[in-house]
Design a binder for this molecule. Structure first.
Ligand SMILES: [Zn+2]
Length: 329
């Protein structure tokens, strides 16, 4: 039995599988995709295929051999994961350590697989160190690199890999799958897919985590904040666990409001809140909405990049700026 793959990953997996079975498998695959569609699963299924020691009659990983069992248990000694630790960039020491390990014989006597998650997070030195390893392919050693499709990778790394673009499922296929996975209504599924830009697993998490409800509460409170002008009242409605999600909701709300103000009716994200967005937009100038949009984006990037500063402080500071913006506009 192969690892269960999400249905939209199957065509790409089949193509990759065929290249290996035809002896044309590349020693370094670069899987590029949006996040939130399960590309990790595709990488792991490919690793499993490469590590299985009894490719069965259907030419798939058998799921039975010692290698498959070790892999499934997450303890295969010839499978190496290279990924950001505690959300820090992947450093040169991490790459060297793995390069050193794969230069030795495979402990199970078969292939060795390095799975590099978040290739765009390699530091420059780490990328150079990895390049050396990729330039001198060792027998029975495979690299599976995964990166965000919108992220830039060093051209040198890119040129050493066989690139694969892994696509999001169509809206229709994604909705069908969500219908079977979740208990949500067709309408909520459509909203969840839209506000998650078609990333089907993010949409599932959104539905299962009752995020649509949380989004409604946040929009209501944001509206109240604009009327009552009290940042301290809005502050408790931000939740550390989902703060970036919440800021993205507000950024998209302001972006839609700006579109409303400029009479642009296309590409709205929050179409389920179109009445509220229109009412919100009516009370402000386009310049004021644009400033608010930028302030929210700054809050988001400050929270993502500045470590060690109180989250509440950054939020409070940003929200206060929104109010000054409103009064002078
Ligand atoms: Zn096997």
């Amino acid at each position: 039995m192969v690892l269960n793959l999400y249905p939209w990953l199957l065509p790409d997996y089949e193509k990759i599988r065929q290249t290996f079975l035809n002896g044309r498998g590349h020693h370094a695959l670069l899987l590029r995709s949006e996040s939130g569609i399960g590309t990790e699963q595709l990488a792991k299924a490919t690793a499993n295929l490469l590590l299985c020691q009894h490719i069965n009659a259907a030419q798939k990983a058998c799921g039975q051999c010692h290698s498959c069992q070790l892999f499934r248990a997450g303890s295969h000694p010839d499978f190496y994961l290279l990924a950001p630790i505690e959300n820090k960039d992947i450093g040169v020491d991490q790459v060297r350590e793995i390069s050193e390990k794969v230069s030795q014989h495979a402990q199970q006597g078969g292939n060795k697989v390095v799975y590099l998650q978040g290739a765009e997070r390699l530091t420059e030195n780490a990328a150079n160190a990895l390049l050396k390893t990729l330039e001198e392919p060792r027998p029975q050693t495979y690299f599976l690199l995964q990166s965000d499709i919108s992220a830039a990778l060093p051209a040198t790394i890119y040129s050493r890999c066989q690139p694969w673009v892994i696509h999001c499922p169509s809206t229709q296929k994604a909705a069908q799958w969500l219908m079977e996975e979740c208990t949500a209504s067709a309408q909520d599924i459509a909203i969840a897919l839209r506000i998650n830009y078609g990333r089907v697993l993010s949409a599932r998490d959104c539905l299962q985590g009752e995020m649509l409800q949380k989004r409604l509460i946040l929009f209501t409170q944001f509206w109240r904040f604009y009327q009552r002008k009290d940042p301290l009242e809005l502050l408790p409605h931000f939740d550390k666990e989902i703060i970036f999600q919440q800021l993205d909701w507000l950024i998209s709300f302001l972006s839609d409001a700006l579109k409303a103000r400029l009479n642009i009716s296309q590409h709205w994200l929050n179409t389920d809140f179109s009445k509220a967005v229109n009412q919100f937009a009516e009370r402000q100038s386009a310049a004021s909405l644009l400033r608010a949009y930028r302030i929210m984006q700054n809050i988001r990037s400050d929270l993502a990049t500045i470590n060690g500063v109180n989250q509440e402080l950054i939020l409070l500071d940003g929200l206060s700026k929104l109010l000054i913006n409103k009064e002078t506009a």
